[in-house]
Structure formats: C-alpha cells, structure tokens
Design a protein around this ligand. Structure first.
Ligand code: HEC
Ligand code: HEC
Ligand code: HEC
Ligand code: HEC
Ligand code: HEC
Ligand code: HEC
Ligand code: HEC
Ligand code: HEC
Ligand code: HEC
Ligand code: HEC
Ligand code: HEC
Ligand code: HEC
Length: 258
C-alpha cells in the first residue's frame, strides 16, 4: 500500500500536479488522536467533563477541517442544537463558556428570561403572586444551577428557636406572601408572632389546650373559625335567645371559661 502511494506521488510529481495533491493527502490523515499532539487543553477538558460532547460527538464532527486549509473550523451550536426555545437564545457561550465542558455553567447574577425556557412554572408562580421576590432575578437566589438557597441567608427567622427547616411549613419561595400550612404545623411556630395567644392557650386547662393553632385556624393565614363550625349549638334555643354569643359565657377560644 505504502509503495503504491509512493508510486502514485512520484507519478503525480512527474505530472506536475503536487500542489493539489499534497494537502488532500495530509487532511485525510488527520484524526482525533492527533489533536492532543498540538492542543492539550481541549482534550483534557473533554476527558474530565465532556459529558455528551465526549460520548456523542468527536473533535472532528465539531471542528470540520483545520487551518490553514479551512480557516473557520469553529462550529455554531445551533448547527446541532435546534427545535427548542432554549436553543434560540443568544450567546450560548456566555453560560456554557467552555464547549468542551458543556455542563459546567457560568451564570451571571441577573438571569431570568433564559431560565424560563425550561422552568415556565416558576416564572408563572412569581408573576401571579406578586411579592418582592418577583422583582428579583432567578440567579439572585439560584447562583448555581439547581442549587437552592436557604431563606436564612437573607432573612432572620421569626424567633430565636425557629430554624431554616421550619420556613417551608408556611412559605414557598415563589409565592412567599401566600402563607399556607397544614394541621401538623407546631403551635410554637405561630407563637413566634402571636405570643399572647400561645401563652393563653398553653396556660388553659380545657380540652382546647390540646389543639394546635393550625387545627382551628385551618390552612391559610388569618382564617378565623366560629365556635359553631365545630360544635354546632350544643345548648337549648331558649338559652341561646337570651345569650346569643358563645363568648358571653365561654370567654374566648384561647381562654375558655367552663
Ligand atoms: C501539528 C499540530 C496540530 C495538530 C495535530 C492539530 N492542530 Fe489544531 N491548530 C494547530 C495550530 C498551529 C493552530 C493555529 C492555526 C492558525 O491560527 O492559523 C490550530 C488551530 C486549531 C483550531 C482553531 C482555533 C481558532 O482559534 O480558530 C481548532 C479548532 C483546532 N486547531 C482543532 C484541532 C483539532 C480538532 C485537531 C485534531 C483533529 C487539531 N486541531 C490538530 C496545530 C495543530
Ligand atoms: C461539541 C462541539 C465541540 C467538540 C466535540 C470539540 N470542540 Fe473544540 N471548540 C468548540 C467550540 C464551539 C470552540 C470555540 C470556543 C470559543 O469560542 O471559546 C472550540 C474551540 C477549540 C479550540 C480553540 C480554542 C482553545 O480552546 O484552544 C481548539 C484547539 C479545540 N476546540 C480543539 C478541540 C479538540 C482537540 C477536541 C476533541 C478532543 C474538540 N475541540 C472537541 C466545539 C467543540
Ligand atoms: C456537532 C454537533 C454539536 C455541536 C456543534 C454542539 N453540540 Fe452540544 N451536543 C451534541 C450532541 C449530539 C449532544 C447529546 C445529545 C443532546 O443533548 O442533544 C450534545 C449535548 C450538549 C449538552 C448537554 C451535555 C450533557 O452532557 O448532557 C450541552 C449543554 C450542549 N450540547 C451545549 C452545546 C453548546 C453550548 C454548543 C456550542 C458551543 C454545542 N453544544 C455544540 C452535539 C453538538
Ligand atoms: C443564560 C444561560 C444559558 C444560555 C445563554 C444558554 N444556556 Fe443552555 N443551558 C443552561 C442551563 C442552566 C442548562 C441546564 C443545565 C442542566 O440541566 O444541568 C442548559 C442546558 C443546555 C443543554 C442540555 C439540556 C437540553 O435541554 O438540551 C443544551 C443542549 C444547551 N443548554 C444548549 C444551549 C445552546 C445551544 C445555547 C445557545 C443557543 C444555550 N444553551 C444557551 C443555560 C444557558
Ligand atoms: C438571596 C436572598 C433571598 C433569599 C434566599 C430569600 N429571600 Fe425573601 N426577600 C429577599 C429580599 C431582598 C426581600 C425584600 C426585603 C425584605 O423584605 O427583606 C425579600 C422579601 C421577602 C418577603 C416579603 C415579600 C414582600 O413582597 O413583602 C417574604 C415573605 C420572604 N422574602 C420570604 C422568603 C422565604 C420564605 C425564603 C426562602 C424560601 C426567602 N424569602 C428567600 C431576599 C431573599
Ligand atoms: C428569593 C429567592 C428565589 C428566587 C428569586 C427564585 N427562586 Fe427558585 N427557589 C428558591 C427556593 C428557596 C426554592 C426551594 C423550594 C421553596 O422553598 O419553595 C426554589 C425552588 C426552585 C425550583 C425547584 C422546583 C420548585 O419549584 O420547588 C426551580 C426549578 C426554581 N426554583 C426555579 C426558579 C426560577 C426559574 C426563578 C426565576 C423565574 C426562581 N426560581 C426564582 C428561591 C428562589
Ligand atoms: C435547558 C433546560 C434548563 C434551563 C435553561 C435551566 N434549567 Fe434548571 N433544571 C433543568 C433540569 C432538567 C433540572 C432537573 C435536573 C437537575 O437537577 O439538574 C433542573 C433543575 C433546577 C433546579 C433544582 C430543582 C430541584 O428540584 O432541586 C433549580 C433550582 C433550577 N433548575 C433553576 C434554574 C435556573 C435559576 C435557571 C436559569 C439560570 C435554570 N434552572 C435553567 C433544566 C434547565
Ligand atoms: C408558622 C408559619 C410561618 C413560619 C414557620 C415562617 N413564617 Fe415567615 N411569615 C409568616 C406569616 C404569617 C407572615 C406574614 C405576617 C404579616 O402578615 O405581616 C410571614 C412573613 C415573613 C416575611 C416578611 C417580613 C416579615 O418579617 O414580616 C419574611 C421575610 C419571612 N416570613 C421569612 C420567614 C423565614 C426565613 C422563615 C423560616 C426561618 C419563616 N418565615 C417561617 C409565617 C411563617
Ligand atoms: C411572622 C409573624 C406571624 C406568624 C409566624 C403568624 N402570624 Fe398570624 N398574624 C400576623 C400578623 C402581623 C397578623 C395581623 C395582625 C392584625 O391585623 O392585627 C396576624 C393575624 C392573624 C390572625 C387574625 C386574623 C384576623 O382577622 O384577626 C390569625 C387567626 C392568625 N394570625 C393566626 C396565625 C396562625 C394560626 C399562625 C401559625 C400557623 C400564625 N398566625 C403565624 C403575624 C404572624
Ligand atoms: C376547630 C374546631 C373547634 C372550634 C372552632 C372550637 N372548638 Fe371547642 N372544642 C373543640 C374540640 C375538638 C374540643 C374537645 C372535644 C372533646 O374532646 O370532647 C372542644 C371542646 C370545647 C369545650 C369543652 C372543653 C372541656 O375542656 O371540656 C368547650 C366549652 C368549647 N369547646 C367551646 C368552644 C367555644 C366557645 C368555641 C368558640 C369560641 C370553640 N369551642 C371553638 C374544637 C373546636
Ligand atoms: C379551639 C380552636 C382554636 C385554637 C386551638 C386556637 N384558636 Fe385562635 N381563635 C379561635 C377562635 C374561635 C377565634 C375568634 C375569637 C374567639 O371567639 O375566641 C380565634 C382568634 C384568634 C386570633 C385573632 C384574635 C386575637 O385573639 O388576637 C389570633 C391572632 C389567633 N386566634 C391565633 C391563634 C394562635 C397563634 C393559636 C395557637 C397558639 C390559636 N389561635 C389557637 C380558635 C382557636
Ligand atoms: C349562657 C351561657 C352559655 C352560652 C351562651 C353558651 N354556653 Fe356552652 N356551656 C355553658 C355551660 C354552663 C356549659 C357546661 C354545661 C355542662 O357541663 O353540661 C357549657 C358547655 C359547653 C360545651 C361542652 C359540652 C360538653 O358536652 O362537654 C360546649 C362544646 C359548648 N358549651 C359550646 C358552646 C357554644 C358553641 C356556644 C355558642 C353557640 C355556647 N356554648 C354558648 C354555658 C353557655
């Protein structure tokens, strides 16, 4: 084979056609294994963190041709990635700043729109439930992709005993002013702001004492039940006509008078 090539080259030289033949012959010999001989960083990056750019594409599928024969051998991302709104963004390399490590992202602190190309739901929640958080960029909180910040990085808890894990009893980050909770929310948490209600209720000796705040003030902050919601009217109509409100005899729910 080698000998055949030599003969061919000799023939070509003698035919005076060397200028067109030589570059073709070299280009054909360049393979992915050669790149590392002259370029160390890209192969090292791909080996370490290439992800799908290591397993699904080769150097030469992206870099078609090589200088000086081919001057422009840097591919456009959208030559392979198209068909999703995410791929319509400008300046892919501003976030994916090294194509040889495509999932190591560099995220500026003021990004919102591009996140919505994949996370529409969170954008909708923030817009439909206006709060100060709506005015913040996604990456003001999520400084790295998929990382979730603790609330207490930016806020004091409502009391000294309250910790980060408690916040989600009542709040969701994307609609922080909509305070909702379930029956198992400890009364202590409500007591951070309603000290009097908590101390009154705990001091009592009635069966209400065993009930959590959230068992009576159900689901949503500022819900106030009536006594009748749970007890109907356990007394005679005659008595109720004379003393129309429960509180006339029983004082308040937190401080029952028996
Ligand atoms: C013999 C050394 C050598 C080999 C082997 C080699 N390159 Fe290069 N490469 C160079 C040099 C030198 C340049 C700079 C050329 C220039 O600027 O005109 C370059 C330029 C490039 C560029 C363009 C960089 C830019 O800024 O535009 C890319 C991409 C590239 N090489 C990729 C590859 C790939 C992929 C391979 C393997 C298939 C490879 N090279 C193999 C020496 C080599
Ligand atoms: C998925 C496509 C893709 C693959 C696969 C890929 N590259 Fe690149 N490469 C690019 C892009 C895009 C740039 C331009 C980066 C920039 O502008 O910052 C680039 C830049 C380069 C450069 C010039 C800048 C530099 O970092 O030195 C070289 C050399 C290079 N690649 C070599 C390689 C080699 C060698 C391989 C295989 C081990 C490879 N590339 C695999 C897309 C790719
Ligand atoms: C030659 C084709 C080609 C080019 C050019 C190319 N990619 Fe890819 N890329 C792929 C393939 C194939 C995959 C794997 C399948 C998929 O996710 O679409 C991939 C996957 C990715 C992934 C996911 C990686 C992973 O491990 O899951 C990212 C991020 C990415 N590409 C970004 C880019 C960016 C940014 C550019 C431009 C700098 C680019 N690609 C250019 C072919 C390419
Ligand atoms: C504002 C930052 C940003 C820009 C700009 C950006 N991306 Fe992304 N990209 C991301 C983030 C964040 C992910 C999610 C990464 C993950 O899942 O780990 C991602 C994921 C990807 C993926 C893999 C997942 C998928 O759905 O395919 C590909 C491919 C990709 N981007 C290609 C591109 C291309 C092509 C461009 C330019 C047209 C681009 N990206 C521009 C931030 C960006
Ligand atoms: C990166 C910082 C940051 C993080 C993390 C953060 N916030 Fe905020 N939040 C703010 C800023 C800034 C404001 C406006 C000033 C203020 O009220 O302290 C705010 C306001 C609020 C408000 C009042 C909203 C309004 O419109 O009045 C609530 C409630 C709130 N945050 C709850 C939370 C909860 C709960 C978490 C965790 C799930 C959280 N925040 C995480 C920065 C942050
Ligand atoms: C004030 C800080 C803050 C802002 C601004 C913020 N997030 Fe979040 N995000 C969080 C916290 C904290 C969580 C954890 C869940 C929770 O507490 O509700 C979270 C959870 C998520 C999740 C996981 C799924 C889920 O909904 O729980 C995604 C995805 C997400 N955020 C995307 C976004 C996007 C996209 C934006 C911008 C449109 C954004 N976030 C704005 C703090 C924030
Ligand atoms: C190309 C699509 C894509 C883009 C763009 C994207 N994400 Fe994601 N994101 C994902 C996927 C897929 C996951 C789930 C897998 C994972 O955890 O990496 C995720 C997960 C998350 C999570 C964690 C969810 C959890 O349950 O813990 C947060 C927070 C998040 N993204 C925020 C963002 C923010 C902020 C941006 C804008 C800078 C963004 N994402 C851009 C695809 C994307
Ligand atoms: C038991 C329920 C509950 C828990 C647990 C809770 N909050 Fe609140 N939070 C509220 C209520 C209710 C308000 C609204 C008070 C109002 O209407 O003024 C509020 C308001 C806020 C505000 C707005 C400013 C302020 O102080 O009034 C911030 C910020 C906040 N919470 C952060 C947090 C953080 C951080 C945590 C976790 C450490 C947390 N919350 C845990 C119920 C709770
Ligand atoms: C961050 C402090 C805070 C926390 C925590 C908190 N609240 Fe409140 N709550 C308030 C404020 C402020 C008001 C409004 C007071 C006013 O209007 O005089 C209020 C009002 C109320 C009201 C009265 C509504 C009305 O119409 O009079 C009820 C009932 C209530 N809270 C129950 C609860 C319950 C139950 C919890 C625990 C799940 C809780 N609160 C946790 C701050 C808080
Ligand atoms: C969310 C439901 C709920 C509401 C609202 C409620 N209660 Fe009760 N109450 C209970 C339960 C549960 C008991 C215990 C019943 C038992 O164990 O037999 C109870 C017990 C009582 C008792 C008997 C106490 C004892 O120790 O024997 C009185 C009296 C009473 N409630 C009066 C009231 C009055 C007055 C109101 C309004 C101010 C009220 N309740 C509101 C649920 C409620
Ligand atoms: C047995 C049911 C019940 C329990 C348990 C209960 N409440 Fe109430 N709460 C009521 C009722 C009913 C009212 C309306 C006033 C009345 O008739 O007593 C009320 C009124 C309130 C009010 C507004 C009026 C005021 O007194 O300031 C607040 C705030 C409140 N409760 C907070 C709490 C907190 C915090 C807890 C837990 C420590 C709690 N409640 C436990 C039934 C209950
Ligand atoms: C005129 C005073 C008076 C009024 C008004 C009144 N109660 Fe009573 N209630 C009492 C007395 C006294 C008892 C204790 C009777 C007993 O032990 O048989 C009692 C007992 C109860 C009990 C406990 C019953 C049991 O079986 O243990 C409940 C629950 C109760 N009341 C709820 C209410 C509710 C709800 C209202 C308003 C609709 C109300 N009461 C109005 C005087 C009153």
């Amino acid at each position: 084979m080698k000998r055949l090539t030599l003969i061919l080259i000799t023939l070509t030289i003698s035919a005076g056609m060397i200028l067109t033949f030589t570059p073709f012959s070299l280009a054909a010999e360049l393979s992915d294994d050669d790149c590392i001989k002259c370029h160390t960083q890209p192969p090292a990056d791909i080996a370490a963190n290439g992800g799908a750019h290591k397993t699904e594409v080769s150097c030469m599928e992206c870099h078609e041709g090589h200088p000086p024969t081919v001057r422009e051998n840097i591919p456009a991302c959208n030559s392979c990635h198209s068909g999703k709104s995410h791929y319509e963004l400008q300046n892919c390399l501003s976030c994916h700043n090294n194509p040889h490590t495509p999932l190591i992202l560099h995220l500026a602190k003021d990004i919102t729109g591009p996140c919505l190309t994949c996370h529409q739901e969170q954008g909708v929640l923030l817009q439909e439930n206006k709060s100060f958080h709506t005015t913040m960029a996604c990456t003001a909180c999520h400084q790295e992709h998929a990382q979730v910040p603790p609330c207490v990085n930016c806020h004091e808890p409502h009391s000294e005993t309250m910790v980060q894990a408690d916040c989600s009893q009542c709040h969701q980050a994307h609609k922080p002013l909509v305070v909702v909770y379930n029956d198992s929310t400890p009364s202590k948490s409500c007591g951070s702001c309603h000290e009097e209600a908590l101390s009154q209720l705990s001091a009592g000796k009635t069966k209400h004492q065993a009930l959590a705040c959230a068992a009576c003030h159900k689901d949503k902050h500022k819900t106030v039940p009536t006594c009748q919601d749970c007890h109907n009217v356990p007394h005679s109509a005659g008595m109720m006509k004379k003393f129309p409100t429960c509180g006339e005899c029983h004082n308040t729910a937190h401080d029952l008078n028996l």
